[in-house]
Unconditional design. Structure first.
Length: 276
């Protein structure tokens, strides 16, 4: 069972090097890495030369920005049975690909696997179940993070990333492409499983306040796209409560982040921000 890891990168070298070291440490070796390079310079060329002797690397340059566009472009070159979309600043646990391959071999009817998201310090990301389970529509809103998704080729033959959503898309919808991907796969009837015993690590921490509204807009856009009125109400109440809590406890930056995210979510849901 061969993996194709489609990675979009721009502006990072040390973080990408850290990820490449984690690939070098994998106990399961049947994989290829497809790097979609959106840098205007050759900053990652030395890394490709260094690690290309350890595992196959396909290096693609693109003249445009956008995470969703880059991933879709990289998918054209993927030859693996299982496809994943690591971020350029995430880290794979050494046994990850071995564990994922074992899961798909043992469960031939499962078409998508979501693993646990952890911080680099080992803390679990919020809102993730503690036990393995079938992924429901409600759960998908909390679990469908790009870099923890592993999908069979049958999925990407029918579901790709919406290029109007996500970082660098050139639209107001600056996030949510991963959630949208998972929700569309679920609606098409693909069988999706969550396993918290396998994990990927990623830097954790609040986004800069300046990006909170942009990411909120993407979240709101995806909520409306999928007609999730109940989930939208839940998000608004939760973020509103966060604003109140952090304001009362004097944590001004956290309160501002949630306030901007709250406004962005409403703007995205009701499409009241101009496209740009």
């Amino acid at each position: 069972m061969r993996f194709s890891l489609v990675l979009a990168t721009v502006g990072r070298t040390k973080e990408l090097e850290r990820f490449l070291y984690s690939l070098q440490s994998q106990t399961y070796r049947d994989f290829e890495l497809i790097i979609v390079d959106q840098n205007v310079d050759g900053r990652i060329a030395p890394l490709i030369d260094q690690f290309g002797v350890s595992f196959p690397i396909i290096h693609l340059k693109t003249p445009y920005k956008g995470a969703s566009r880059a991933r879709n472009f990289g998918l054209r070159y993927a030859k693996g049975d299982i496809i994943a979309f690591p971020d350029d600043d995430c880290v794979y646990s050494p046994e990850l690909l071995w564990g994922v391959s074992r899961f798909f071999n043992n469960n031939p009817n499962e078409e998508m696997l979501i693993v646990k998201a952890k911080s680099l310090e080992g803390h679990d990301f919020p809102m993730q179940p503690r036990t393995a389970d079938r992924v429901s529509f409600w759960m998908m809103w909390h679990l469908s993070i790009t870099w923890v998704l592993f999908v069979r080729r049958s999925v990407i033959q029918q579901v790709t990333f919406d290029e109007q959503i996500g970082p660098g898309a050139g639209t107001p919808w600056g996030s949510g492409e991963d959630t949208d991907f998972g929700l569309r796969a679920l609606k098409m009837g693909f069988r999706i499983w969550y396993d918290p015993n396998l994990w990927v690590a990623h830097p954790e921490g609040p986004l800069p306040v300046g990006k909170a509204r942009i990411y909120g807009r993407g979240s709101g856009y995806v909520l409306r796209k999928h007609g999730a009125w109940g989930k939208f109400a839940w998000v608004i109440v939760r973020r509103g409560a966060g604003v109140l809590l952090y304001t009362l406890t004097g944590r001004r930056e956290e309160a501002m982040w949630r306030w901007e995210a709250l406004k962005g979510t409403m703007q995205g849901f009701f499409r009241i921000c101009a496209r740009k």
